[in-house]
Design a protein around this ligand. Structure first.
Ligand code: GCB
Length: 606
């Protein structure tokens, strides 16, 4: 059980949530001496950097960009005297990949895992009505005991370097907002919600967890500001006549007002937007409110110029506008849970999210992630001395992700791993533990799945039966028989699909990755690989295959936009499989997708 509340930080009549974003002091610990040198009490130098942002792309020297080790951040805040008597926290949206937090020179908390929030209780350490110094040591090294997996090596010149087992740049730092948060001593800690829909009516089952006793009341307010239902007690059922359902690309959000009272005095009050909908899998159908949906959309990344993986509200807005323009209805948060603002926006815009835990790179690779697809990795990633620790970190990330995201109507499924080794005998117990954890923690029992690369095939994968629907990442026509061999690629693709079909699984399949790299600068007639013309041809072939199998119930192309990766022979300054450029302008394939997605009905094949 998490020791802190994962509720989104908002101001309410009883709570204060102050964003501490802005310019923070910053210092890279080149010598690895910060801790012994007392930087916890104040970091050296006068360098300033924006928070939130990745630190890598601001500077002009390569040593800073590629820095591996501890990056130290510092800021000063006056903690209002009015907060005394409340529970006071620092809340980090994410610190990649691990952090230690110090307040006025004293260590107040730490956290492992770079893509989920954590809180640090500073109630007893804060100087109220006075200046407080916050110092954060953020470490970006990769290993095999935390997710995502990779290695950290030391070059002959003594500098450290990360070798990710995954295909995105190891951006790091304080990449999401930091808050100073005060909540009452007795407060609302968590809420579980689950829905049943019956004709025009809905049933909302709720369970509120509090710290300390008190009377819990629930109010449900519609979009017009009218209180349409009320309930009393920590757990109960709200029956709503003529409920407005949250529908795909047609969202309706109620505000749920939760109060904790002592007699007539309200001790805590918290509002959150909820959407009434249910998600089920029935045979090959993915059902939202009982109606089949075909997923159209993207695997994405949080990635943009200059701020890297830092949350950028403008980029978020542009991305949603582009997804609406192209006729998409969904995305996967490949390969880690995104900033909370993105889920809130998806709730409003009616997008479906497959929420992915940062379990990527669980496939040892000799060069980097590319070997994963060739099956060259070690045969037992899940039987190493480090496996128990890895599993512990993985389960904790699942717990944090579900605690954070379970009440977003947009979140329809949990993707619990991306492209792991799923072929050896040791994978099954590991996967089973992860899948069971997700089932246990999710009040809505949403579908669970993991994304499979090509060597996890119908005859080799030992774990696909755990999935409520299958996610396939397939690059026929790109990594497999690209260019003039594309006709053989199609044949090989169909052979694989026929083998899946022969299994008679009666489950939906989603393509969570397909496509091919394309340089926005290249046109060639006739096509060659990397030209925009070839990207169109690959997609046409892949779509033709999807359309031939009725159990394919969704397509999320890789990737929404070009994104940064580690430099190497396979990547021309990043992965160029974007439908849009990194600057969010369309490649020609965007028009092909727009035409297709606008013409496919929502219940395609349903
Ligand atoms: C994959 C990975 C993704 C890569 C992609 C590619 O299978 O899941 O992270 O970026 O392939 O472009 O190779």
């Amino acid at each position: 059980m998490l020791e802190y509340s994962m509720l989104y930080p908002s101001n309410t009549p009883t709570r204060i949530a102050m964003r501490l974003d802005g310019m923070w002091k910053f210092h890279l610990d080149e010598e690895g001496c910060g801790s012994e040198s007392g930087w916890a009490a104040g970091i050296p130098g006068s360098e300033m950097i924006p928070v939130p942002a990745s630190f890598q792309d601001f500077y002009t020297d390569k040593e800073t960009r590629e820095f591996t080790g501890d990056a130290w951040y510092e800021t000063g805040i006056v903690i209002p005297a009015a907060m005394k008597g409340e529970r006071v926290f620092l809340r980090f949206g994410a610190a990649t990949h691990r952090a230690e937090v110090f307040l006025n020179g004293r260590k107040v908390g730490e956290h492992e895992g770079g893509f989920l929030p954590f809180l640090v209780d500073i109630t007893g350490t804060a100087a109220y009505g006075d200046m407080n110094r916050i110092v954060v040591k953020v470490n970006n090294e990769l290993n095999e005991t935390n997710i995502p997996c990779g290695r950290t090596i030391t070059l002959r010149n003594g500098r450290k370097m990360t070798k990710p087992y995954f295909d995105f740049y190891n951006y790091s730092g304080l990449q999401r907002s930091v808050y100073l948060l005060s909540v009452p001593e007795r407060s609302i800690f968590d809420v579980d919600l689950d829905y049943s829909i019956c004709g025009n009516d809905a049933e909302i089952r709720y369970a509120v967890r509090t710290t300390g006793e008190g009377d819990v009341r629930i109010g449900l307010i519609d979009e017009g500001g009218v209180m349409v239902a009320e309930a009393k007690g920590k757990a109960g059922v709200i029956r709503l006549k003529d409920a407005h359902l949250w529908q795909v690309r047609n969202a309706y959000l109620y505000t749920m007002r939760i109060t904790l009272s002592d007699g007539s005095a309200v001790v805590d009050s918290y509002d959150m937007e909820i959407g009434i909908r249910d998600v089920r899998i029935s045979g090959k159908d993915i059902l939202i409110n009982g109606s089949p949906v075909y997923l159209k959309g993207f695997g994405k990344h949080e990635d943009s110029d200059i701020v890297g993986r830092g949350f950028n509200i403008g980029v978020m807005k542009r991305d949603f506008e582009l997804m609406k323009w192209i006729g998409a209805n969904s995305f996967r948060t490949s390969h880690y849970p995104y900033d909370e603002e993105i889920y809130r926006m998806a709730d409003r815009e009616g997008f479906l999210i497959i929420d992915e835990v940062p379990a990527v790179g669980l496939f040892e690779s000799l060069v980097n992630f590319l070997d994963a697809g060739t099956g060259k990795g070690a045969s037992s990633f899940f039987a190493k001395p480090t496996t128990p620790q890895l599993l512990k970190a993985h389960l904790k990330a699942v717990e944090e992700m579900i605690a954070r995201d379970k009440n977003h109507p947009s979140v329809i499924a949990w993707s619990l791993l991306n492209e792991p080794e799923s072929k050896d005998e040791h994978s099954l117990p590991y996967f089973t533990a992860v899948f069971e954890k997700a089932r246990e923690l999710d009040p809505q029992k949403r579908p669970r799945t993991f994304a499979m690369e090509v060597s996890s095939g119908p005859d080799t994968c030992r774990c696909y039966q755990l999935c409520d629907f299958l996610e396939l990442n397939r690059y026929y026509g790109w990594y497999i028989k690209g260019g003039y061999e594309i006709s053989d690629a199609e044949a090989a693709f169909r052979e694989e699909m026929d083998r899946w079909k022969a299994k008679g699984l009666d489950k939906p399949f989603i393509f969570t990755e397909y496509g091919g790299d394309t340089l926005a600068s290249e046109h060639k007639l006739p096509s060659v690989m990397w030209s925009q013309e070839y990207q169109d041809e690959v997609l046409e072939m892949q779509h033709r295959v999807f359309d031939s199998y009725d159990f394919v119930r969704g397509e999320q192309i890789w990737n929404f936009a070009d994104f940064q990766t580690t430099e190497g022979l396979m990547r021309v300054d990043g992965n160029k499989k974007g439908v849009f450029t990194r600057q969010r302008q369309p490649k020609s394939v965007a028009y092909l997708l727009k035409k297709r997605w606008e013409s496919l009905p929502l219940d395609y094949k349903g």
